[in-house]
Design a binder for this molecule. Structure first.
Ligand code: PMP
Length: 387
């Protein structure tokens, strides 16, 4: 076998052709492999070959910058095509995944104050990284304060507040707006999923600090590339300083790959990838909604149909994740109920919503999604047999 090839789950053997029929559907993580077929269709134009002598320097030679101007231009163009963000008059910063930029943003917004800063997530359920990073790195005077409702009722908190607004939200896929407002509140918009793949785009986002990721746009999570769009020059400078001190800029190899991929995305009318991604996720959501309409034991999140300026029509939901609740009193540990039924999801506890919830990825490759549907049908049909 090829040592750099790994088999999809449920497949094994030296050439990955052995199917194991009693295996579990692995929908625990957030790997966006549903986009792999798009890149197979565009294999030649998206390939990157780098000669050994190419791009050896720390910085780009023409302007001594860590940031490729070409790539920055491509990113602005993609946002114009996607109609999901206004980049005009704003700075762009690159990071090793959006993960690094989330931390850089907290750092930038928390400097310069004598008061302590509370970092909060906008609502439960929320992505755990905001808490884990804030607590692990202990950026100046920063403390994690849970979700925003904790501060809303705490009117005597005098310090600064940084609120993460994850829109669409991970895990439930709904568009969100800030909970806290006021002169001492700053917002970091995590727009990793603000692409028409995953949500209706009601209007282009125009916030002061927005973070995007190649992981969820093109599916190249392993390349570790993200960018921030920043209005304020001081915040921009502090974030750049953070990236310089932490990493001396972002890998030039990765920037070259990102540029090549984005050029393929922008090809023709620039809509191919967006159509492809939305079609798959909308079909998956329809299949899933149908199955969940047949059960009283479990429920699926609701997402409104909404007008989308990208598709220029009202459109059905196509979220990246299913956020499932176990409704029976005795089903206290939802992840465990599904584990026994051979579906591996992520517990709601990791999103601070408790064990009654579980998240399934809808971003996986086709094999894992098909296995999810197969196992769900098996589990839900038991309800009918029991009656
Ligand atoms: N924000 C959200 C809401 C996410 O779900 C993820 C990844 N699952 C990230 C940020 C981080 O993505 P990356 O570092 O790959 O850009």
């Amino acid at each position: 076998g090829n040592p750099i090839c790994e088999c999809y789950s449920c497949y094994g053997g030296i050439d990955c052709s052995l199917f194991s029929s009693n295996c579990s559907a692995n929908v625990e993580g957030g790997d966006p492999l549903f986009l792999e077929p798009f890149w197979m269709q565009n294999a030649a134009s998206s390939a990157v070959v780098v000669a050994g002598w190419h791009r050896m320097s720390y910085a780009f030679p023409n302007n001594q910058s860590f940031i490729s101007k070409e790539l920055e231009k491509s990113i602005r163009k993609i946002h114009a095509i996607a109609k999901n963000a206004i980049t005009h008059g704003k700075y762009i910063i690159f990071g090793t995944g959006s993960t690094q930029l989330l931390h850089a943003a907290v750092h930038a917004l928390s400097m310069d104050n004598n008061y302590s800063t509370k970092v909060v997530a906008n609502k439960i359920p929320y992505y755990s990284l905001y808490k884990l990073q804030t607590e692990y790195f202990q950026t100046r005077h920063c403390e994690f304060g849970g979700d925003a409702s904790m501060l809303k009722n705490n009117s005597d908190f005098a310090g600064n507040v940084i609120e993460f607004v994850t829109s669409p939200n991970n895990p439930d896929g709904n568009l969100e707006s800030p909970v806290l407002n006021g002169p001492n509140v700053k917002h970091i918009y995590d727009h990793a999923y603000y692409w028409s793949h995953y949500t209706a785009i009601p209007a282009p986002a125009d916030e002061d600090l927005m973070i995007f990721s190649m992981s969820k746009l093109t599916g190249h999570a392993g390349s570790r590339f993200g960018w921030a769009i920043v209005k304020d020059v001081n915040v921009y400078t502090r974030m750049m300083e953070f990236i310089s001190l932490a990493e001396m800029g972002t890998s030039k190899d990765v920037q070259l790959r990102a540029l090549t991929l984005l050029k393929v995305v922008a090809q023709g009318d620039g809509k191919q990838l967006f159509n492809f991604a939305q079609q798959i996720l909308m079909d998956r959501w329809k299949k899933l909604s149908h199955i969940f309409s047949l059960t009283k034991r479990f429920s699926l999140q609701t997402i409104p149909t909404q007008y989308c300026i990208f598709f220029e029509r009202t459109r059905e939901p196509s979220p990246g994740y299913a956020w499932v609740k176990c409704k029976r009193k005795e089903d206290k540990n939802c992840q465990e109920i599904f584990r026994v039924a051979k579906i591996t999801g992520r517990t709601g506890r990791q999103f601070f919503a408790g064990d009654r919830y579980v998240r399934f990825s809808l971003l996986s490759g086709q094999h894992d999604f098909d296995m999810l549907i197969h196992r769900l049908k098996e589990l839900i049909s038991q309800e009918y047999e029991a009656n």
